[in-house]
Design a protein around this ligand. Structure first.
Ligand SMILES: NC(=O)c1ccc[n+]([C@@H]2O[C@H](COP(=O)([O-])OP(=O)(O)OC[C@H]3O[C@@H](n4cnc5c(N)ncnc54)[C@H](O)[C@@H]3O)[C@@H](O)[C@H]2O)c1
Length: 435
């Protein structure tokens, strides 16, 4: 398993748990040292137990030596990063580098499994790179096996996925993939066996659809505020329709994280290059950009029209609960916007503050929610961590300089705060104008 990020480490440990012998490779020495000491380099609930169990039972090991790993393995999974590159296209440099190394070190048939999210056509491109780097010709297959796990529940998602998607050209490769995932097959996980191109597109289409669903309800939320409707009621009733479903229909601060923002842009780019415009996805991206900016406007309004010289407390920094991932977190747009307008920001997050310091160095960090609220003119709820769901509201009111709350995740109802004398704003919580 090349790459020990959220996907590679969870996937590597998960495959070891399914009974395989797995060696996880990363080019960052400090990461491998951390893992070899039995520590996990990022926050993911339940992962350390799986890693520890499989290391102890001799099925899981770590190395920086990709050559040795390639020589000793029958199957090589690639789970390196595919970040956003120039103009929204995918930066495939990590994937290409791994393909080159595989080609250089392989000494017989190898099955190469692309687990990173990569644009349609990448598997064929990897095959060409592997061939170019071989010192002598060896047979190999490249299959696409996109990953659908969610940070925060990654271990459970990997071990009990909604489906396993495998795109392969050869029966030999498909048969090996079936045998790798056999324990999941036995628990009746649906397997989608398809072409390499379809598998590559399934991942993007799935993420783009979910992102579109979020932008859709955020657009409706915006309308709710204008017409005096409540998006919580609207979304609930919509979600009861089985054709629509309740998931991903929560209005909020806009989607972030390591996947939706870059994957939606990549889909638009790939479609463009293929002469097939992805207009719905392009609109979802634009709505999401506006939604993140609207949160800044809400806080300015909550501060009475000007945040300059005022203190804003921010609860939650990671892009969603149960992760320390700050990639494309909506909190970053909010905080940078407020700092630009002259506000002092004091933030608290249960696990993401270390990562946050690297990308938001110019703000104050508090030790808990109440410390973040102390002296604040506005308190903003940015990530719906469970511990923020039962705040002592009376205590908040005594600590804050002014009792004003913006709930960007609709965790609370106006009725929770307003009777206590707070000014409260959520997302899409319009009030009917009965005059
Ligand atoms: N994070 C998610 O929730 C998630 C979910 C599904 C799919 N994905 C996709 O999976 C892929 C990996 O995502 P991630 O979040 O785990 O990434 P990540 O950035 O957390 O981890 C990537 C790892 O690969 C290592 N790496 C890069 N080049 C290497 C090389 N040449 N040799 C060895 N190691 C190398 C990096 O050092 C890093 O540790 C991406 O394509 C992503 O889109 C991510």
């Amino acid at each position: 398993m090349v790459g020990t990020g959220y996907v590679g480490l969870v996937g590597g440990a998960g495959l070891a748990d399914l009974g395989h012998r797995v060696v996880c490779v990363d080019r960052i020495e400090s990461k491998i040292e951390t893992l070899s000491r039995g520590e996990i380099p990022f926050y993911e609930p339940g992962l350390s137990e799986v890693v520890e169990r499989n290391v102890r039972e001799g099925r899981l090991s770590f190395t920086t030596d990709i050559g040795q790993a390639v020589r000793e393995s029958e199957v090589i999974f690639c789970a390196v990063g595919t970040p956003e590159g120039d103009g929204g296209a995918v930066d495939l440099s990590q994937v290409d580098a791994v393909a080159g190394e595989i080609g250089r070190y392989m000494d017989g048939y190898r099955l190469v499994v692309q687990k990173s999210t990569v644009p349609v056509g990448t598997a064929r491109r990897i095959a060409a790179i592997i061939r170019d780097h071989q010192t002598e010709p060896h047979d190999f297959d490249v299959v696409s096996n996109p990953e659908f796990l969610r940070e925060g529940s990654a271990v459970g998602d990997f071990m009990r996925p909604d489906r396993v998607v495998i795109g392969a050209d050869s029966e030999r490769a498909m048969a090996t993939m079936r045998s790798i995932y056999r324990p999941l097959y036995l628990i009746k996980t649906p397997f989608v066996e398809t072409t390499v191109e379809s598998a590559e597109l399934i991942k993007y289409a799935s993420n783009a659809f979910l992102a579109t669903k979020i932008s859709f309800i955020n657009e409706i939320a915006w309308m709710c505020e204008r017409v005096g409707a409540d998006v919580q009621s609207v979304a609930y009733a919509m979600g009861l329709d089985k054709r629509i479903g309740p998931k991903f229909l929560h209005a909020g601060a806009g989607y972030g994280g390591s996947c939706f923002p870059k994957d939606t842009k990549a889909l638009v780019k790939t479609a463009e290059a293929a002469g097939a415009d992805a207009r719905i996805v392009a609109a979802a991206i634009e709505v999401n950009r506006l939604q993140k900016e609207r949160m800044v406007d809400k806080v300015v309004r909550a501060a009475g029209g000007d945040v300059s010289g005022r203190t804003v407390g921010v609860l939650g920094l990671s892009f969603k609960p149960n992760t320390d991932d700050m990639r494309y977190a909506a909190s970053r747009v909010l905080i940078n916007g407020l700092v630009d307008l002259g506000a002092t920001v004091r933030a608290f997050d249960p696990v993401a503050m270390e990562n946050a310091r690297a990308v938001l160095p110019d703000i104050e960090y508090a030790n808990d929610a109440y410390a973040a609220a102390t002296g604040a003119h506005v308190l903003v709820l940015m990530t719906e961590w469970n511990e923020f769901r039962r705040l002592d509201l009376e205590r908040l009111r005594t600590l804050m300089a002014e009792p004003s709350v913006v709930d960007c995740r609709n965790v609370y109802d106006p009725e929770d705060f307003e009777p206590l004398g707070f000014r409260f704003d959520g997302v899409g919580r319009g009030k009917p104008n009965r005059e």
